[in-house]
Structures are given as C-alpha cells and as structure tokens.
Design a protein around this ligand. Sequence first.
Ligand SMILES: Cc1ncc(COP(=O)(O)O)c(C=O)c1O
Length: 461
Amino acid sequence: MTDKSQAELLALERKYCSWGDTVHYLDPPKSFARSEGSFLYDHDGVPYLDLQMWYSAANFGYANPRLHRVLTRQLETLPQLACQYLHAEKVELAAAIGRLNASRFGMGGRVHFNVGGSQAIEDSLKIVRNATGKTLVFAFMGGYHGRTLAASAITSSYRYRRRFGHFSDRAHFVPFPYCFRCPYEKKVEDCGLYCLKQFEQSFDTEYNSFWDPKAGESEFSAFYVEPIQGTGGYVIPPPGYFAGLKKILDERHILMVDDEIQMGFYRAGKLWAIENFGVAPDIVVFGKALTNGLNPLSGVWAREDLISPAVFPPGSTHSTFSSNTLGTAVGLDVVRMTEECDYEAITRRKGAYFLARIRDLQGRYPKVIGHTDGMGMALRIEICGEDGFRPDRDLADRIFAEGMKGDLHARGRRMGLVLDVGGYYKNVFTLAPSFTITEQEIDLGIEALDQLIRRCAPDRV
Ligand SMILES: Cc1ncc(COP(=O)(O)O)c(C=O)c1O
C-alpha cells in the first residue's frame, strides 16, 4: 500500500524506473489497484474485463482462492530455502510433470527448474548443446522465446537484437505455416503442406547448407517450436504440419524443443499445445501459468537420455531462486488442479462458445475483422483494412487504447476492456481469457468489443 497519489507515482516512475524492462503502450501508463477473477480494477473501482490474463500467465483467474491458500500455507511453513536442499514440493512437482509427460509421450524424463521463461529457454539450450555438441538451431519466423541474450538469438525479431549484438548463434528462421498469410501464397485447402516440403528439401543436397550426406549429419541440433505462436499472433498450424515436421527432424537426428511457456497448462485445450498435433517432443519448456502468475517458476522437461545426471551433471546450470519453495508449492497445486478438474472439457467448451461469438462479430464487421481462429481458449482476432486482408495496425492500437479508457457502458455498468496486440504486423488481438470466465462475461467482452469497433471505425461498420 502507498499513500502517494497517482500523479506522484507517475512522476517518480518517469524519474527513477528504467523503461528497459517494460513497454509503455499507453501514455501515461495505466495503473491498477486490485484484481479478481477475470477483472482488473482501477483506482476508481472501475472493472476492466481482462481478455489476455497477463499473456496467459494467470489462466486460473486472478486471486484464485485455492492457490492463495497454498501460497499462504507455504509462507507460514517453509517460505525460503536454498535450492541445494530438498523440499517436498519440488520433488513432487517434478515427479508429477514427469509422470504426466510419460503418459502423454511414452518416454521417461526429468524436470529442471528456473524462475522465468527466458531462463528456462537458456537452460534448454544448454541441454541441447551438451547432448549434441552443436550450437546451431532452427526456429520459426514469428516465433518468440524470450529476451535474455540467448533467447533473443532464437526469437525471430531482429528488433530485440539490434542494440545488443550477438552473444550466441542466431537461429536459422523457417517460415511458420501461417495459412491466412501464407509466405508462399498458397491456399491451405490444396497446398499439400508445401512449406513443409520446402523445409525438407533443404536437406536434399549438401549445397543447401544444412546437411552433410557423407556423415549423415545436420549442422543443426534442434528446432525450437511454439506449436501455436503466442506473440506471433496465436497462429494455429494446419493439421499434419507438426507430425510431418517431427518425422523430418527424427530422420535427421534433430531434436524438437517445444516452447509451451505461453500455450502450456491448457491454454490450447490440452496440458501441452503440442498434444493437439499428435507429436511427442524431445524437450518441453514451460513457465507462466505453472504458478498462475504468482511466485515465478519455470522449467524444462527433457528425455532421460538428454538430462540424466550422467550426461547433464549437477551444477550444469544454477540459479539461486530456481526451485523456490513458494513457486514449487503453487506449481504443484496447479498441476493437481489440472488432474482433479477436466480443463480439457472446460477450455474446449468455453473456447468454442467464445469463438462462435467472435465469428458473429466478424460477420457483422467484415471490413474490420479479417481473420479469426481459436484452439481451446487461445483465440485470435486479426484487424484488417476494408479488403479484409491488409493488416490495420493503427485501428488495432486505437481499439486497444480506447478499451483502456474504462468508459465503456455495458449491462448497466461502466467498464474497460484489457486486450493485447500481437502478430507479425501488430494487428492481432490475442485473446487468452481466464478459464474461470463465465458465458455472461464472454458476452460482456463481445459487447465491449462491438462498442469499441463502432467507436474506432465508424465509417466501416
Ligand atoms: C512462447 C514464449 N516463450 C518464451 C517467453 C519468455 O518468457 P519470460 O517472459 O517469462 O522470460 C514467452 C513470454 O511471453 C513466450 O510467450
């Protein structure tokens, strides 16, 4: 709590806070006082329906009472402990994820903890380098894996590297099957997964630079994938793509590293989004919703032969806070919740309802919404020009900013709407609502979006 006014806090922020660790989408930046369920509340008590839930970190609702109880209990028993000592929650959480993955992927493995998504990505790079002796990896155009130096090197945007140069090998970026804007200008109905064939052809001859046919070896050790691109705009690949990709990789002894940091923990209707595509990855990286956005914790699960202590010995990576007691206690309860409650059914049902309502909206405003899609509760709305295709970033920005004013009126109450803009052209609303959202709240969100479109694009409705 603070006795400072909002104006005083903003003045202090301008003077003392680095802006390097954040993004100011609004001027002045917005500040909130309270959060609960699907809502953030500003300092006047105005509710803002949050359709993005902290980039999918708070999947189980803000101030989730069950997780708060677990955190409080842990605070009262073992709030701190150096990671060299064991505590039950760490071991049980690793075992739970190990068992879940064994049942899904048919392989034994181990779990390694850290405190942020990017750090877990860094750890996975060490596991890959250690196992293969190689430093080069593939990653997707439009992919996002974090902003530490090594994570930036495998994230598609040069923007995140321009000021800092290289500290690691830049990934080779491969086009993602973004069918609405196919990089090869094909149509998904009859393309025969042309993009996959293009990738496979890279290995046809040594002169394509990836493959030594005499040694039967690729220069690349792994392919980092997001099964559904998050920051890239919740882009869902066509059926068959990932199964085909995994086959190409397996035949060439290239590992698949599955980044589930944003899509994991049922965002896309399954524990891991990759399960939607019938693929068993070699490594899974996770974070965010593992603790519902409470005490930070991230992790890497890897196949036993990649991570067993015999090959990846103690101290290969280390962080003071890596398996912190508060994070592991909440993480363990999140995993238990997912085992006790059928989140697959919940996210499929609520996601289908939401997508149907978004498609109604698209039908009403075809000169504003060019594309919609969804899997589980990962939903996308692509804001386009009157032709339904040209990305309209300005309009997306205006709708976002207007929602944050908190002066919409729906169902007899004043409210705001929290959206996040992503996508290759920054024109996509990436919707990641809370799993606790009700149908009435989804309807409220649609009503708010409808008002925002009418306000921001009156000439196109
Ligand atoms: C898919 C994906 N990977 C990695 C990261 C980086 O995670 P963190 O921001 O916790 O470092 C993110 C964050 O948005 C992400 O969405």
